[in-house]
Design a protein around this ligand. Structure first.
Ligand SMILES: Nc1ncnc2c1ncn2[C@@H]1O[C@H](COP(=O)(O)OP(=O)(O)OP(=O)(O)O)[C@@H](O)[C@H]1O
Length: 350
């Protein structure tokens, strides 16, 4: 099957990854025991992950620390072989055909550079140009484009080891996109960047998807990034998929979806006189946030009218619920499910 014949650019079906590591006990005796009779323990980083990404889609893979996001990406880039399940990227099984897969993908691991540590970043770009056989004209125009957006030329002649984290990740991003791969994996690509550079990276990614039709799989802990970029979100927790949907679907399922933000003339608690179908989420003096209480399925225009009818209002608008709150609700829901299934043992709530 050729790359374009496969319906999805990225497919993961029942992926599992278990690591076997030596357990280290404390103290000198523990160290000795580890040398003589090492005790091995299994960690299941990815327990059961299935999802697919269509050609030209940008999907955000989200989850708390240790959820299994990086391990999933490593299986999709061919760095790790799954313990069970299967993966395909542009019709290729990444861990079986690493070299063919490498031509189709670009990858940025924000925590770790792909560049040559002791060389100036520009030297790494030239080496990558030769490895991937990028034509001189294409190389020059892409470097110009990356420089325009990411302002690399002020530091690309500095050795990579001397770059700041944000500068280094910008160079990593350019290196990953240099051969214009159809699929890009970005594991925390804006780590260490200031807000201005973050915005530049978002512009670059949007352009890669909209103009070049690239497929992007992104992990991030930055919800603004998700709101700005992702059409779809897959949420992973403890190596399991918790949800898979558009931001709108996720908001509907785990958040009220919207809230009424009002500034009242009165400053006493609004709770006692709350309009029907609404409850007070927060009140700070005259500023009150209401959300639907779930009793009558009130819609945003009705909710505005009910608040205005009940109070004297100086300012009022509908606000979409905060994505951080929605994600937290989704984790807590998953946690409650697993508690019921008896899977959790003494774990603290994030
Ligand atoms: N090589 C390894 N050997 C043993 N355990 C590992 C290895 N790599 C990852 N793990 C464990 O697997 C789990 C998932 O790790 P992973 O790096 O995939 O999480 P993550 O979702 O990317 O987290 P973060 O948001 O912190 O980057 C963690 O408990 C981690 O300690």
């Amino acid at each position: 099957m050729t790359a374009r014949e496969s319906e999805f650019a990225i497919e993961a079906r029942g992926l599992v990854k278990t690591f076997r590591t030596a357990r280290r006990r404390p103290g000198a005796l523990g160290m000795l025991r580890a040398l003589v009779a090492p005790e091995r323990v299994s960690t299941t980083a990815v327990a059961d992950v299935s999802f697919s990404v269509g050609h030209g889609q940008l999907l955000a893979l989200l989850g708390p620390n240790g959820a299994g996001k990086s391990t999933t990406i490593k299986m999709l880039t061919g760095i790790l072989t799954p313990s069970a399940g299967r993966a395909s990227v542009m019709g290729i099984v990444p861990y079986r055909e690493r070299v063919r897969n490498a031509r189709n993908i670009g990858a940025v691991f924000g925590q770790r550079t792909q560049l040559w540590w002791d060389l100036p970043a520009r030297e790494s770009f030239r080496i990558l140009r030769d490895i991937y056989g990028v034509a001189d004209g294409d190389y020059r125009s892409r470097m110009r484009e990356f420089d325009d957006l990411l302002e690399l030329s002020s530091f690309w002649d500095t050795r990579v080891r001397h770059l700041s984290l944000g500068q280094r990740v910008r160079c990593d991003l350019a290196a990953a996109l240099l051969h214009d791969p159809p699929v890009v994996f970005l594991d925390e690509p804006t780590i260490g960047m200031d807000v201005v550079v973050k915005e530049q990276v978002r512009l670059l990614l949007r352009d890669q998807v909209e103009r070049r039709g690239q497929t992007v799989l992104l992990t991030t802990h930055d919800m603004t990034e998700v709101e700005r970029l992702a059409e779809r979100v897959v949420l992973i927790n403890h190596g399991h998929i918790v949800l898979d949907g558009t931001l709108a679907e996720i908001r509907t399922r785990f958040g009220s979806g919207w809230r009424v933000n009002a500034t009242l003339v009165q400053t006493e608690p609004a709770t006692g006189r709350c309009p029907p179908g609404l409850r007070v989420v927060r009140q700070d003096g005259a500023r009150v946030i209401f959300e639907p209480d779930g009793t009558d399925g009130v819609a945003p225009p009705q909710a505005l009218k009910r608040v205005i009818d009940r109070y004297e209002v100086t300012d009022i608008h509908i606000q979409e619920s905060d994505l951080e709150d929605v994600m937290r609700a989704a984790y807590l829901d998953d946690r409650a499910d697993r508690e019921l299934d008896g899977e959790l043992d003494g774990e603290t709530v994030a």
